[in-house]
Design a protein around this ligand. Structure first.
Ligand SMILES: *Cc1c(COP(=O)(O)O)cnc(C)c1O
Length: 418
C-alpha cells in the first residue's frame, strides 16, 4: 500500500486523530477509503527471485498470512501510533499475546517477578505453565513496592506489570519498578488493557513491551477477540518470529473489526470515564457496599501515583458487597441497563463478580489466596447516559436493601461472610 503523496506524519497529532488515521494514511487498493479485509492465506509470485526477496524480508510484500497480512498490518500500525511504538504485533486474543510474549523472552532457568494481582488467565500462566518449563515465578503483594523491588534486585529476566489490575484496580508505580528492573538488566512487560493508550503510555515511562487485550476497550463492542503487543523493532521482531511459529495470529476480519472500533476509542472513553467516576462516587455512599476500588478516588491507596502516570482513571470500577455472593445474586439480575457477563470495555455497561469473570479460571482457595473476595463485583461502565446508569444502580440497591430488611426480621437469616 502506498502512502498518500501529501500525507503528513502523525507526530504532532492528538490521540483522537491518531486513532482515526493511524496506519491509514495510505491509498488502499481501488482507492478504498477503508482498509480492505484481505482474507487470502497466501500471496502469489511468478518471479521466483522476487518471491524469495519478499520471503527474506529484502523486498516489501506478503507471503503467507500466518506471517503477515495487509489488514493485520494496518491494525498494528494503528496501535503503534497510539502507543508511540516503533513496532507492534497482533495476536488472536489478549491471552495469546501475553503467553507469546512470556515464551518469547523467558527460557528454562530464568526468573520472572510479578504481583499477585493480575488477570486470572495471566495468573494461570504464572502459576501453572511457566514453572513447567523451568521458569521460576515470584509473585509479590501488589501494594508492597519495597517487596517487589527486593525480589527484582535478587535478579530476574522479566518484570511483568499489570496496572490498573483486573479486577482490584490496584496501581503500580511504573517508573519506580522500571528503575529497579533496569538495575538488574530485566525486560519490563506491562499489560495496559485497563488504562488504554489514551490514559497511559507505558513505553514513555520506560517499559519495554506493552500488551493490550484488544477484545476490551480498543475494539469496544464486545464482538471480537484480539491481542496487541508494542515495543521497539528489535524486540517486536522476536515476538513476530514466535507468532510465525506458534501460529496465534489474528484473523483479518477480526483485525478489521478492531480497526473500526479503535476509531471511536476517544469518544467512548470520554463518556465511559465520566460515568465511571459518578458511579464510583455513588457507590462510596451506599451502605451495602463495603469498599470501592477506583484509582480516581482521592482515598485510593495509590491515587497520587495514578495521577502522576495516568491521563485519566479508566472506565472500570469494582466494589465489595456486604453479604458476599448472596447479595451479588440479588443485585445483579435487578439491573436493567447492564449485561451480567465476563467481558469488559464494551459500549454496554457490564457487571460481573470476579468468581465468574476475571478469576473464573481460579478455584475458591486460589481466589482467597489472591485476596479476591466472593462479594467483589466489577463494573465496566458503558456509554449509556450517566443518569440512567446511576438510577439503575440505585433502584437495584433499594431492592436488595428492602429484601434484607424483610429477612432480618426473621431469626434464621444469616449474614454471608464470604
Ligand atoms: C481480558 C484481559 C486479558 C485477556 O484478554 P483476552 O482477549 O480475553 O484473551 C488480559 N489482561 C487483562 C487486563 C484483561 O482484562
Amino acid at each position: 500500500m502506498n502512502k498518500k503523496p501529501d500525507s503528513a506524519g502523525l507526530d504532532n497529532a492528538g490521540a483522537g486523530t491518531r486513532a482515526v488515521w493511524g496506519g491509514e494514511q495510505v491509498r488502499h487498493p481501488y482507492n478504498a477509503t477503508q482498509a480492505p479485509i484481505v482474507l487470502s492465506a497466501a500471496y502469489g509470485y511468478d518471479d521466483i527471485d522476487v518471491w524469495y526477496d519478499v520471503a527474506m524480508g529484502k523486498a516489501p510484500g506478503f507471503i503467507y498470512s500466518r506471517m503477515s497480512n495487509p489488514t493485520v498490518e494496518t491494525l498494528e500500525a494503528k496501535i503503534g501510533e497510539l502507543e508511540k511504538a516503533e513496532s507492534a504485533v497482533a495476536f488472536s486474543s489478549g491471552m495469546a499475546a501475553i503467553s507469546s510474549v512470556l515464551y518469547t523472552f523467558l527460557a528454562q532457568g530464568d526468573r520472572m517477578v510479578s504481583t499477585k494481582d493480575s488477570y486470572g488467565g495471566t495468573n494461570k500462566i504464572f502459576e501453572e505453565f511457566l514453572p513447567r518449563t523451568g521458569v521460576e515465578v515470584t509473585l509479590c503483594e501488589t501494594f508492597d513496592h519495597e517487596a517487589i523491588e527486593r525480589e527484582i534486585a535478587r535478579g530476574c529476566q522479566v518484570v511483568y506489570l499489570e496496572t490498573p489490575t483486573n479486577p482490584t484496580l490496584k496501581i503500580l508505580d511504573i517508573q519506580r519498578l522500571v528503575a529497579a528492573a533496569k538495575r538488574v538488566g530485566a525486560l519490563v512487560v506491562a499489560d495496559n488493557t485497563f488504562a488504554t493508550p489514551l490514559n497511559q503510555n507505558p513505553l514513555a515511562l520506560g517499559v519495554d513491551v506493552v500488551i493490550h487485550s484488544a477484545t476490551k476497550f480498543l475494539s469496544g463492542h464486545g464482538d471480537v477477540l484480539g491481542g496487541l503487543v508494542c515495543g521497539s523493532e528489535a524486540l517486536m521482531a522476536k515476538v513476530r518470529h514466535y507468532r510465525e511459529i506458534n501460529g496465534a495470529t489474528l484473523d483479518p476480519l477480526s483485525a478489521y473489526m478492531i480497526i473500526r472500533g479503535m476509531k471511536t476509542l476517544v469518544l467512548r472513553m470520554r463518556q465511559q470515564q465520566h460515568s465511571a467516576r459518578a458511579l464510583a462516587e455513588f457507590l462510596c455512599t451506599e451502605p451495602l457496599v463495603a469498599s470501592v476500588n477506583y484509582p480516581g478516588l482521592a482515598d485510593h491507596p495509590n491515587h497520587a501515583v495514578a495521577c502522576a502516570q495516568m491521563g485519566g482513571f479508566g472506565a472500570i470500577v469494582s466494589f465489595v458487597l456486604v453479604g458476599g455472593m448472596d447479595s451479588v445474586k440479588l443485585l445483579l439480575p435487578r439491573l436493567r441497563f447492564a449485561h451480567c457477563a465476563g467481558n469488559l470495555g464494551a459500549v454496554e455497561t457490564i457487571y460481573g463478580p470476579a468468581r465468574t469473570t476475571s478469576h473464573v479460571e481460579n478455584t475458591l482457595e486460589e481466589r482467597q489466596a489472591l485476596g479476591i473476595s466472593e462479594g467483589l463485583v466489577r463494573v465496566s461502565v458503558g456509554i449509556e447516559d450517566t443518569d440512567d446508569l446511576l438510577d439503575d444502580l440505585k433502584q437495584a440497591f433499594a431492592f436488595v436493601r428492602g429484601l434484607r430488611d424483610e429477612k432480618s426480621q426473621q431469626p434464621a437469616f444469616s449474614e454471608g461472610v464470604n
